[in-house]
Design a protein around this ligand. Structure first.
Ligand SMILES: [Zn+2]
Length: 85
């Protein structure tokens, strides 16, 4: 696994999403709900260092309010509050 993929994976872990195997080899990774495994999107690995964290950080509010991510985390079971850091 490349450093950038590790960085992307760590960034998405913060919002309850995990990376699957590449959908297209070495190019796109599926994003799966960490709780139920449902596919919630995909992400390319052609990012520069620091971009993945910034990307997810910019979308953190959307994940927190259920506009992004999986519905299972917003359907009554209290999701882990988004870290404020
Ligand atoms: Zn889910």
């Amino acid at each position: 696994m490349s450093d950038i993929v590790a960085e992307i994976r760590a960034a998405y872990e913060r919002v309850g999403v995990r990376l699957d195997q590449p959908a297209t080899y070495g190019t796109y990774y599926r994003l799966l709900c960490a709780a139920c495994g449902r596919m919630v999107g995909n992400v390319g690995d052609r990012l520069l260092p620091g971009m993945a964290a910034a990307l997810v950080e910019g979308q953190a509010d959307l994940y927190a309010t259920g506009q992004l991510g999986c519905a299972c985390r917003h359907g009554g079971t209290a999701a882990r509050p988004a870290a404020g850091t």
